[in-house]
Design a binder for this molecule. Sequence first.
Ligand code: C2E
Ligand code: CA
Ligand code: CA
Length: 610
Amino acid sequence: MARDDRLSPAPSPVGRPQGEGLDALTEGQLLKLLVDHINDGIIVMDRGARILWTNAGFSRQTGWSAEEARGRRPQEFLMPQEVRPSQAEIDQFDFDMVPEDFEDFQIVQNMRKDGGRYWVQLAFSQADLQEGVRVICAARDISGQVAAQDALAAAKAELEHSVNSDVLTGLANRRRLGEVLAEALEGAAARDGQVALFHVDLDKFKEVNDTHGHAAGDAILVHAAEAMTRSTREQDLVARVGGDEFVIVMPTAPTPQELAELARRIIHEVTRPLPWEEVELQCGASIGIAVSDPGLLDGEELIQQADFALYDVKQKGRGSYASYDQALADKHLEKKRMAEDLRRTVGEGGLHFHFQPVLSLATQEIIGVETLARWMHPTRGLIAPAEFIAMAEDNGLLTDLDMSAMQACAEALAELRGRGFHRIGASFNASSQTLATGGLLDRLKWTAERLELPHERLWVEVLETVVFGGDAAETDLAREIEGLVAAGFPTLLDDFGVGYAGLSHLAQLHVTGIKIDRSLVRTLSIDPTSAAIVHSIVRLTEELGLTVTAEGVEDASSAAMLAAMGCERAQGFGIARPMPLPQLIEWLDQFDPDMLFRDDEGSEEIMDVA
Ligand code: C2E
Ligand code: CA
Ligand code: CA
């Protein structure tokens, strides 16, 4: 029995509320306490909505006292005038007519005594008393939530706009372009018409940005956007699709003559100098033009055609325009085929890698080799990276390519070490894509472990332009480089002296060395300015404790100058050309410093496809 006692709660004494500190109150007093202090307004009405009683919360909410409210109907004084029913309707009102009021919350706008508006959430219930039906309404002020919701809706609308437009220029963005272009092509197909498309690329935009700063760059973009909007028709769409790239869609294609004229006008307008602060800014424009084939529905295809025409313009010297015609279409097809071949080759691991020795100028020993990709094309022979690296990048193959290079580099290093060349390191080139993708460090570590290679013999070359090319990506890449260096893989800044990084950047970047670009090295012995530049680069990097490699060393006098400056390493045709691994091994076996800069045999047979 004792057990049952514990299970069933003791009956509470009638009229005596339970709860700590409330024992002194009667239930009536407690209810009054609640009703007076609750923030919700409570109204008791009859079936006709005539107010019989209100609580203190009601008065706080509405500004009306209980006496003022009593006998009136909410519709008459709480409902704002603009939504208030007619007096006749109010007189006829009966809660029986609106059973749905009792089912769910209602959200309505009410009016205070001072005329101010606020949102309330209403909950109705009824009680059948002897005196008749009483309707109880609890009103909660939710103005705060409604305001928040309005703000949310406004933010959504704004987002919608920004999703479709470019914030800086107010032009349509890539997304909007896609929609409009798809519509335009459908419309054209339906009426047997054609859509024309311009791909506009600003020339020298980067120069403006680099010389005068981002604000100037922004001003130029706005100026160019205005020039394009001004030059086109109401029905045409101008979109900004990249940093300094624009696309113009003309849903009804003008004649070829008109298109050419429009292109000339846009180039003229964009090129017009723009006064800005104390200076004049100026950029140019190149335009690729494509007109849709009858029935074409693929917008991407049309953009690609204009893009290809633009590419042609840029190759021929910018500041002009070209239309995608049959000749370009043939070239385009060929390029696509090449891209396909490259995709297959990279996918099958069919790329070749050659290795170019790096000489220590101090000890006259070979201390390294650089891994350089080569593509043996079935019909075109050996193709140099100048042609296919860009193609790999455009087709998203660069990371795979770099990973193959890393693999080839590590395997070559293992092979060399197996043959007793323990003091040689091997480098490979890692593009920004590869660094940004992440995962290089892990694969490198894993490969080093698998092949039992000391980390300090595996070198990574990072392109200088890569590191300073983007803005947000910059820090990611810097971090990636730090990771490589921290793991003990020497990391070299490639092509130093031609990109964007000044000497000041070098201190911030945690590389272990640099490679001086061959454009500086080439003119070393004939141009005192490049000699001075190279000399100061060598001095500075030495002070920073970095290794320096001079690239493109072709003759003995350059090598001697570099050695005198204290440049530690040299690489170039004067030492050796890149060669396949078996040939490299043979070369290393026979290596004799005295044979350097003597002959230039064994040159690679590389096809010039460009
Ligand atoms: P890089 O990294 O600056 O490589 C050195 C380039 O200079 C090589 O060209 C090499 O053949 C050439 N070179 C070396 N010594 C001399 C010289 O004395 N005179 C002259 N005129 N040239 C010399 P290559 O092999 O055509 O490579 C061109 C570029 O392609 C490389 O420049 C590198 O940026 C890129 N590349 C090559 N392989 C890869 C790779 O696996 N991945 C990536 N991302 N890029 C690669
Ligand atoms: Ca390199
Ligand atoms: Ca280089």
